[in-house]
Design a protein around this ligand. Structure first.
Ligand SMILES: CC(C)(COP(=O)(O)OP(=O)(O)OC[C@H]1O[C@@H](n2cnc3c(N)ncnc32)[C@H](O)[C@@H]1OP(=O)(O)O)[C@@H](O)C(=O)NCCC(=O)NCCS
Length: 167
């Protein structure tokens, strides 16, 4: 198990092939993917293949990570960074039964710190649909600031960013 980050209640580790099950289950809930632009996987096999082909760790040295509860090792969701056209994107997704317990904020704050302190990045961004209030709230609690509104897939979206001027 490759643990990347620890917080008070959580650890963030690299995905393993068996996380395909969780990817399948997460995206199988229409409420979870409602504001993401993603679709449900067609099968567990498709989700497992997605994980098997996940190349961000090898390509970039970082990526999205599995978020697990220290106390029980339970997989709660995922959170992490993604390199997109030279920019660093912050993203998160959790099982609905674990929403509103502060897990996304706790994990995302650690990812922002990791991006600045370990990866020496200068700027991290989050892009969400404007109607995704919970997600915007998480970005705000991580000190990202509103930068602009834009249209994504014909729907209003917002860009939030945070800069570290010491990098
Ligand atoms: C977005 C998501 C990751 C948040 O996870 P979480 O662990 O519940 O987040 P936290 O508990 O850290 O914080 C949630 C905040 O949103 C607030 N919130 C929740 N639902 C809300 C709503 N409908 N309107 C406004 N605020 C809302 C909570 O009150 C909390 O803020 P507070 O601590 O200031 O009260 C989770 O809802 C999720 O997985 N959603 C589906 C996937 C998704 O949309 N991902 C983001 C795509 S860009």
């Amino acid at each position: 198990m490759n643990i990347i980050l620890e917080t008070q209640r959580l650890y963030l580790r690299e995905f393993t092939d068996s996380d395909g099950f969780h990817f399948y289950q997460l995206n199988n809930n229409p409420e979870v993917i409602k504001h993401t632009g993603n679709k449900a996987f067609q099968s567990l096999n498709e989700a497992t293949n997605f994980i098997k082909n996940y190349s961000d760790y090898n390509q970039n040295g970082f990526g999205r990570w599995a978020v697990c509860l220290k106390e029980t090792n339970e997989f709660l969701g995922w959170c992490g960074l993604k390199k997109e056209k030279g920019e660093i994107d912050l993203g998160f997704r959790f099982y609905k039964k674990h929403w509103n317990k502060g897990f996304a904020t706790e994990a995302a704050k650690a990812c922002v710190n990791y991006g600045f302190l370990k990866l020496k990045r200068h700027k991290i961004r989050g892009r969400v649909y404007a109607e995704n209030r919970a997600s915007i709230q998480v970005l705000k609690k991580c000190n990202l600031k509103f930068e602009k509104q834009f249209m994504y897939d014909k729907k209003p979206a917002v860009l939030y960013t945070i800069k570290n001027d010491t990098n």
